[in-house]
Design a protein around this ligand. Structure first.
Ligand SMILES: [Zn+2]
Length: 416
């Protein structure tokens, strides 16, 4: 099983938007960009919403069958670990192995020595095609990388083998993610992580490093975009080098997590992909749930009332909503509108405050981030929320498709 060159991870928290997400993929194909859809949902999302991995599989199969979609598509067990993987084994064919918790934990001495010996050939000046300045690698660089990442890669190996033993041969895509950690990985560290992944025997299809800058949920990239562009290009060069050097799978590519809404780096990513003739996996999730809220608000009447109620509740339970996502949101509570203020908004005003359109003066990223993490409130509403989505599915669905196609796929894959 192989992951196509370009793929888009899409989260559909309440399982109602799959067909509209797929429509964005189909329209992209008509416009000349072939992108494999991947429906992703993490254990954390399932736990908060009360869904099961089988639900995602059912939805993906149903929506692709309904429109006669013949291209490959996948169901991603997003951010799983050994203690959470079991429930995903039957229904997923894409596994995102999350080993961030093991980064920085001391590895056993013997494998550590072996890894350092294995990489000693890189000590000195290493020229990598596509990187202007050669990498300067010392014995210490390798020892530090081993101390920081080797145990995490070994854990990924354990998890990979566990899944492999429970799936048909060649039956799944493997992603190794080390993004949910505080410090970004340099291109040199990425090279050494890939060396460890190859040594561990993991046939990684994608790798999700922690890039520099902030990748907050549902809002734009925060950081130096020129710096990011250089780092991203160097990572692409490192991957091409590592595939040849370590015998990793040909199609190995970068995966960008919390990838939705990072509008200011889509241009640099697109240019870098063209320059290196590389593909990418861009993982999005909550951006679709926010379009559901925007659609409900625009629908007016009972839809708008529900969108306001969700904000009021999320605002009142601010700390609880933010807690599971503390490291990936930056919300200034002083810049949040009061629930009373929001109650007075028209549907258009609510939508404009929420929609990620930086040219609109009404757009409020704090409002957007709080609602991004506030999906628990909608989950608690149960059928009341689902019924509202169903009653207003035309306007909600149009927003879902347009957001993925126009704000994500077009600038990443279609613009010249
Ligand atoms: Zn992630």
């Amino acid at each position: 099983m192989r992951l196509p060159k370009n793929s888009l991870g899409m989260g559909d928290r309440f399982g109602c938007e799959g067909a509209f997400q797929l429509e964005a993929i189909l329209k992209a194909a008509q416009a000349g960009a072939s992108i494999a859809p991947v429906w992703n949902k993490s254990y954390r999302e399932h736990a908060i919403i009360g869904t099961r991995p089988a639900d995602v599989r059912q939805e993906a199969d149903a929506v692709t069958r309904a429109c006669g979609f013949k291209e490959p598509y996948f169901v991603d067990a997003d951010h799983i670990r050994l203690d959470t993987v079991d429930g995903f084994l039957d229904s997923s064919d894409f596994f995102t192995l999350d080993v961030a918790d093991f980064i920085g934990v001391d590895p056993p001495a013997q494998p550590c020595r072996e890894f350092v010996q294995h990489c000693e050939r890189f000590v000195g000046t290493l020229t990598i095609p596509g990187i202007e300045e050669p990498l300067q690698i010392t014995q210490e660089t390798i020892e530090n990388a081993a101390a920081k990442y080797l145990l995490a890669v070994q854990e990924a190996g354990r998890l990979y083998r566990y899944i492999r033993d429970h799936k048909p041969e060649d039956g799944f895509i493997t992603e190794v993610s080390c993004d949910e950690t505080d410090s970004p990985q340099s291109p040199t560290e990425l090279l050494l992580i890939l060396a460890a992944i190859a040594q561990e025997g993991i046939p990684a299809d994608t790798i999700a490093p922690r890039f520099s800058g902030r990748f907050n949920k549902g809002v734009d990239y925060v950081g130096d975009t020129a710096c990011f562009a250089r780092e991203f290009e160097q990572d692409l060069a490192v991957i091409a080098f590592a595939v040849a050097e370590f015998g990793l799978p040909e199609g190995l590519k970068l995966s960008v997590h919390s990838g939705s809404d990072k509008f200011s780096i889509y241009g640099p990513i697109r240019q870098a992909l063209r320059k290196f003739d590389a593909g990418v996996h861009l993982k999005t999730a909550g951006t679709t749930w926010l379009e559901e809220l925007i659609g409900l608000a625009e629908a007016g009447g009972s839809g708008l009332a529900l969108a306001k109620e969700i904000y009021r509740e999320a605002r009142g339970r601010f700390s609880e909503m933010c807690a599971p996502y503390a490291s990936v949101v930056d919300i200034d509570a002083n810049l949040l509108p009061s629930a009373e203020r929001v109650d007075c908004m028209s549907g258009g005003e609510y939508a404009a405050t929420l929609r990620h359109d930086k040219t609109n003066p009404a757009y409020n990223p704090h409002f957007r981030q709080l609602l991004h993490v506030g999906f628990k409130v909608a989950a608690e509403m149960g059928d009341r929320f689902l019924d509202a989505l169903n009653s207003h599915k035309d306007v909600v669905g149009r927003d879902v498709t347009e957001n993925l196609l126009e704000r994500h796929i077009r600038p990443l894959f279609l613009e010249e």
